[in-house]
Design a protein around this ligand. Structure first.
Ligand code: UTP
Length: 470
């Protein structure tokens, strides 16, 4: 195989000629793999990244000017705010009925902290059913579609590490009741690791580049590359509910959230919860010079995290749940070059093949890796809305193997949420009894109340599925 001429020209004009150092040693299939990887490289972007510097100081400036979020909806506390909340729910339900809503799941992460060797979406989390995260999300979406009429298309972003298993899993399980034509799997992009100082791309093997996923912010480029924004336009989808793969209690395409977004005319809306303590390792939403944005916990010193405003209220209280609503038009705007999200830089020890053909496994950082974060879209919006929700109801992510934000805490949260729904409906759940409510049975407390026979009593563990109560 010869090197395609345009690719040869790109490499010739870049400072990356070393990538072809072992070309003559590669067999035919090895050359094909390397060419395929090189053809995905945006050499102009790599040149820019090589020259990028960490903008130290700029975060400190922003922290100093930050205020608590101003364009904010808080949970209802009195009759007037409960009426407003009802109006938002109504607006969201109308939107769902109109068929203008789609959902995006970002599932390309490597889930290192959980230490599970498959895509995180395959992790079993149903307290009794052991349903996986993917199944719980898919069933919620099926149920939400049935509640309001039109099915809700699902756009699932994967990465090289998660794509094949994710697609196979949905196929094996008949898409958990979703229609295959309403599920779009698309792979996010990758970015090369660049050697410190030289800015050279690293070879992981003689014929393989060192590449890693470009972060959840890679969503914007991936949607454009796979022409999915056009597909959404053709299907009349104007609003996208966005969520992550790790939070089984996030209400899928929640009418209240969609409704607030529409009523307030936002481009992007973000759900937040109150941090449990200033030290919690959670990004916070705040306002800087009138623009909503997220400051990462690692950018706040313990003292800064405790800062209060003139009235004594904490500034950095609003933890980012990574549940968003986007206008499709806003995503389109982001794909234009001037809306490009910033690249976050991490210094890492990255194995590589050196100029003598040796594979080196360094113990110290030798390269920079680059990622984009979707929440960096917030300050680019004309109108970013922040919606506070009750944490125990909606934010119980699976991040770590043990301790906080682990499978054990997420399962317990589901058990507690379902118990509260049942008790609000007048049911009695005996002590230590676990009742798991399938999304196909009910999506919230109101549906439980509507479906559950009067005077229901649960004396033993029960998985409430549609055939049991309807
Ligand atoms: P996290 O920041 O929790 O990262 O991702 P992670 O890779 O899943 O887990 P750790 O940090 O290695 O333990 C938040 C969400 O963003 C998605 C993840 O799948 C998850 O839904 N994500 C992350 C992507 O889709 N692509 C990425 O490149 C990174």
């Amino acid at each position: 195989m010869e090197l395609p001429p345009t690719l040869a020209q790109h490499i010739e004009q870049s400072s990356q000629q070393h990538l072809l150092r072992y070309w003559d040693e590669l067999d035919e299939s090895g050359r094909q793999v390397l060419v395929a990887e090189l053809e995905h490289i945006d050499f102009a972007l790599v040149e820019r990244l090589a020259g990028a510097t960490e903008v130290a100081g700029s975060v400190a400036d922003r922290v100093a000017r930050a205020r608590a979020p101003q364009n904010l909806v808080t949970p209802p506390t009195d009759e007037e705010s409960r009426n407003e909340q009802r109006r938002a729910v109504q607006a969201g339900q109308d939107l769902l009925r109109s068929g203008r809503v789609g959902a995006i799941l970002v599932a390309g992460g490597q889930g290192t902290r959980l230490g599970f060797d498959r895509p995180k979406g395959l992790f079993p989390i149903g307290p009794l059913s052991n349903k996986t995260l993917y199944q719980l999300f898919a069933e919620q979406l099926v149920a939400r579609g049935r509640q309001f009429g039109p099915p809700i298309p699902y756009f699932i972003m994967t990465s090289g590490a998660t794509h094949a298993e994710t697609v196979a899993f949905f196929e094996e399980h008949d898409f958990f009741g979703l229609l295959p034509e309403n599920v779009y799997f698309f792979e996010q992009g990758t970015l090369p690791a660049l050697e410190l100082d030289s800015g050279r791309m690293l070879l992981d093997q003689k014929g393989r580049l060192s590449l890693s996923p470009d972060g959840h912010g890679g969503l914007v480029r991936a949607l454009a590359r796979h022409r999915l924004l056009e597909e959404m336009t053709l299907r009349g989808i104007d609003y996208l509910y966005y969520h992550q793969v790790d939070n089984p209690s996030a209400p899928h395409c929640d009418p209240a959230f969609l409704g607030w977004h529409v009523l307030r005319g936002a481009d992007i809306s973000t759900k937040v919860v109150r941090k449990v303590s200033p030290d919690e390792r959670m990004g916070v939403v705040c306002d800087v010079d009138g623009a909503a944005q997220i400051i990462e916990y690692s950018d706040l010193t313990p003292e800064q995290a405790r800062t209060t405003d003139a009235s004594g209220q904490p500034i950095f209280w609003a933890g980012n749940t990574a549940m968003h609503v986007f206008n499709r038009e806003f995503l389109e705007r982001l794909t234009e070059t001037n809306g490009e999200l910033p690249f976050h830089i991490a210094r890492k020890a990255v194995p590589y093949v050196d100029d003598s053909g040796q594979r080196i496994v360094p113990s110290q950082p030798n390269a920079r890796k680059f990622e984009q974060f979707i929440f960096d879209a917030l300050p680019l919006a004309r109108n970013a809305l922040v919606v506070e929700v009750e944490r125990r109801e909606e934010f119980n992510p699976v991040k770590n193997r043990d301790g906080a934000d682990s499978p054990a805490t997420a399962r317990q949260a589901l058990i507690d949420i379902h118990r509260r729904w049942l008790e609000a409906a007048g049911a009695v759940v005996e002590r230590d009894v676990v009742v798991e409510i399938s999304p196909l049975f009910a999506l919230d407390a109101e549906e439980v109340a509507a479906r559950l026979p009067a005077d229901s009593r649960f004396a033993e563990d029960t998985h409430l599925e549609p055939h049991l109560g309807t």
